[in-house]
Design a protein around this ligand. Structure first.
Ligand code: 13P
Ligand code: ZN
Length: 211
């Protein structure tokens, strides 16, 4: 994919997620690995109105080389790439149901959501909760980096999800699956529910090895 195509893709995916109310205001950010570094959404930008020409271009050391100043969570994205050699894109949203789950008391910090459906297991798998830090806090990047070695998706407490994928469409697929599963989890609250069994989860991991 050329850099021009990558720029268009980020704007198209951002607009699609924004229009489907998967993030709001100027929340959320997207990054994509290129041949010589990364493209990232600028800080303070709405994912619904991104301009391909103003995306932040970072070199392979993470230094801004052109465009507007990058997301204040660029270090968090870079921590994901550092730990995940195959990651081609990272998406962070403030998607409502995932945020709601990230605020629940008493959830399992090692794995926030149960295996409700096969697609959730295939796209997300285990979902750790990262303790709360203010947006842009460098300690958030360190905490994300520690979890990223073992997980392609994580939930920031009282904040929202962060997901890496081999491509931007893979990362978007996974974060959408996470959001819908959070919604199902809340919908099912209080009802006797049959989750997938550990055997069914293991079978899915064999058939569809995690990235
Ligand atoms: O979601 C966000 C912070 O958590 C958005 O921040 P940026 O506008 O700096 O990307
Ligand atoms: Zn955020």
């Amino acid at each position: 994919m050329s850099e021009a195509q990558a720029r268009e893709l980020i704007c198209e995916m951002g607009r699609s997620m924004f229009e489907r109310r998967l993030t709001f205001g100027s929340s959320g950010n997207i990054s994509l690995r290129t041949d010589d570094g990364w493209l990232m959404t600028p800080t303070g930008s709405s994912l619904g109105r991104l301009d391909p020409a103003r995306l932040s271009k970072l070199d392979d050391t993470g230094r801004l080389v052109s465009g507007d100043a990058p997301t204040k969570e660029s270090f968090l994205h870079l921590a994901m790439y550092r730990e995940r050699a195959k990651a081609g894109a990272v998406v962070h949203l403030h998607s409502t149901h995932s945020v709601a789950v990230s605020c629940l008391d008493g959830i399992d910090h090692e794995d926030v959501l149960p295996p409700i459906t096969a697609y959730y297991v295939m796209r997300v798998g285990k979902l750790p909760l990262i303790p709360y830090y203010a947006p842009g806090d460098k300690a958030l990047g360190e905490a994300v980096g520690r979890a990223a070695a073992r997980h392609n998706a994580m939930l920031l407490a009282n904040h929202g999800p962060v997901v890496a994928g081999t491509s931007l469409s893979a990362a978007v697929d996974a974060i959408e699956e996470l959001e819908e599963t959070a919604r199902l989890y809340l919908l099912l609250h209080g009802r006797p529910t049959r989750y997938l069994t550990p055997e069914q989860v293991e079978d899915l991991k064999r058939r569809f090895p995690p990235q």
